[in-house]
Design a protein around this ligand. Structure first.
Ligand SMILES: [Cu+2]
Length: 568
């Protein structure tokens, strides 16, 4: 009955889920699955490149580089709106280029690919309802500098090596502007996409999404922050301006020449590896940076832009902080935390109060590893800020979507398939490949419950394009029973989401051995989008599926034949 090592692991994790449900503390990586810590990076298969010696980033001198804050993307004038020629929208032209930039004072400049000449790229900033146009210009070389696996779907040797398509993660954008993985363009080409931004204030991010090479393009540096503001949020007088800073976190491995090192498998011609964990944690483009702060409150917009690593963030001294926002905007109320877990693509905005810490230092850490040092300056002048004296106890109202609104529940399995040696070779959603017919086709403006049945040994951060959703719960189940005859046997009670998961989300952690349920209203547009695991290695290897939002008329037409059959 025991089919694979992964399924065994999944069972072990299911047992962990029971412990969790009965109140045993978690916060260990075993609950989420396997993850190398920063000091012991996973270098499986690296024997293929023995001439390139790995840099041990943990030995670098700490806190010698100031934290870079990505510049705001400058607008390049206006262009007519695709909706109405009479309306002019801000237009941005963002070039993707290759350049070298140093990740640390003592490390030689690293070859990277970035938007707007930096990694992370410039921050796009707009307000709710203010549409904009971005011309994404591919000026990259024609040869990729990272190991493409041509055996992966969509990355065949018949395709140009360098292909890009920008996607704004969390954007409610029309399908033709969503950055469909197969809608890539090559060096010398550009695409102008339209973002209506008819959504709440939130921290989105843009990144590459090209079929079969997303992990390599993002690893090379193709990502940046995209911030939507709105008047309701501004009225709360949260820390703003220079006290509102995006912090983009990701991990990399460098060689001793400072160049990016992406692992390869031992299989000639098929270099794909199923996971990547680097030993250097990079923060807005620097390893171990520092930030001088005033003794006051700050708002930090944390974004996990790593390929596969989750961050378990803490402050030194077990100092508390407040999370005010999840993926898609403010929480109902600030949530006091002493640690915050962010899976790839998740965002969490936090308030750190440095008041009274004049002259002291506070470190942001990932488990025991330093990421960033805050140096609190001595108070220089009285506050001139209009910021509220205390954090507002209520940030906004987020009514829970009642389960009774759901017109359909979809059970969707997450699985990993191994080779004879136990290496994870392929990851599937509902046992389906990318190019199989679309099976998820929600009706526009309808609400559905999607239940992710995780049969694998890892947690998978599941992301749906276009929509926002709420997390209902996670419930442990018997993976053996499911594998035997597809029966869903729960082994413990449902675990409600944590307080900081009660806001709007676009990415949810689906734990191993658990059924993770989300409730989604498919608003915005009809058309083709994708849903996928946001571990980029998984996404590139079939753990991504197209889905269609269909019109009510199309739904009626498609339902008609099958309902006739039922009656016959
Ligand atoms: Cu995955």
């Amino acid at each position: 009955m025991l089919k694979t090592r992964r399924q065994f692991l999944a069972l072990a994790h299911a047992a962990g889920g029971v412990a969790l449900a009965s109140g045993v503390a978690f916060r260990t990586s075993r609950v989420f699955g396997r993850q190398a810590d920063a000091a012991t990076t996973s270098m499986r298969g690296m024997e293929q490149a023995p001439q390139r010696q790995m840099l041990n980033a943990m030995t670098l001198t700490r806190f010698v580089d100031p934290l870079p804050v990505p510049a705001l993307a400058p607008s390049d004038g206006t262009r007519p709106s695709p909706r109405s020629r009479k309306v002019q929208l801000p237009y941005y032209r963002i070039e993707m280029t290759e350049f070298a930039a140093s990740l640390h004072r003592d490390v030689a400049p690293t070859r990277q690919w970035g938007y707007g000449g930096s990694v992370p790229g410039p921050t796009l900033e707009t307000r709710s309802g203010q549409g904009l146009l971005i011309e994404w210009v591919n000026k990259l070389p024609r040869k990729h500098f990272l190991p493409i696996d041509h055996t992966l779907h969509g990355a065949g040797a018949d395709k140009p090596e360098v292909r890009t398509v920008a996607h704004v993660h969390g954007a409610k954008a029309p399908p033709e502007s969503d950055g469909y993985p197969e809608s890539w363009h090559t060096p010398g080409q550009s695409r102008t996409l339209y973002y209506p931004n008819e959504q709440d204030a939130s921290t989105l991010w843009y990144h590459d999404h090209a079929m079969g090479i997303t992990r390599l393009n993002v690893f090379a540096g193709l990502f940046g922050a995209f911030i939507i503001r709105d008047p309701a949020q501004l009225a709360l007088n949260l820390p703003g301006g220079a006290f509102d800073i995006p912090i983009v976190l990701y991990d990399r491995t460098l060689d001793r020449e400072g160049q990016l090192l992406y692992p390869v498998s031992a299989a000639p011609g098929a270099p794909f590896v199923s996971e990547f964990y680097g030993n250097a944690i990079v923060c807005n483009g620097k390893i171990f940076p520092y930030l001088e702060v005033q003794p006051r409150r700050y708002r930090f917009r944390l974004l996990n832009a790593a390929n596969g690593r989750y961050f378990h963030l803490t402050l030194t001294g077990n100092r508390p902080f407040h999370q005010i926002s999840s993926d898609l905007g403010l929480l109902q109320s600030p949530v006091e935390l002493r640690s915050l877990v962010l899976f790839p693509a998740e965002r969490g905005e936090i308030i750190i109060d440095f008041t009274g810490l004049d002259g002291q230092e506070v470190q942001l850490r990932n488990d025991a590893d330093d990421i960033l040092q805050f140096r609190v300056l001595k108070k220089q002048q009285p506050e001139t800020s209009t910021e509220a004296a205390a954090l507002p106890p209520v940030l906004r109202s987020i009514p829970r979507i009642p389960e009774s609104q759901s017109v359909r529940e979809r059970l969707l399995t997450l699985s990993e398939h191994d080779d004879a040696a136990g290496n994870s070779m392929q990851m599937l959603l509902n046992e389906s490949h990318w190019d199989m017919p679309v099976t998820e086709n929600p009706v526009l403006d309808s609400t559905e419950i999607w239940s992710f049945v995780n049969l694998a040994g890892d947690a998978h951060p599941m992301h749906l394009h276009l929509v926002r959703f709420q997390v209902l719960d996670r419930r442990p189940f018997d993976v053996f029973a499911y594998n035997a005859d597809k029966s869903l046997v729960y082994t413990g009670p449902a675990v409600p989401p944590a307080a900081n998961e009660l806001g709007w989300k676009d990415t949810v952690r689906a734990d191993p051995g658990m059924v993770t349920r989300i409730i989604v209203k498919f608003e915005g547009y009809t058309g083709r989008y994708v849903w996928h695991c946001h571990l980029l290695e998984h996404e590139d290897n079939e753990m991504m599926r197209p889905y269609d939002v269909i019109s009510p008329a199309r739904a009626r037409a498609e339902r008609a034949p099958s309902s006739n059959k039922k009656q016959a």
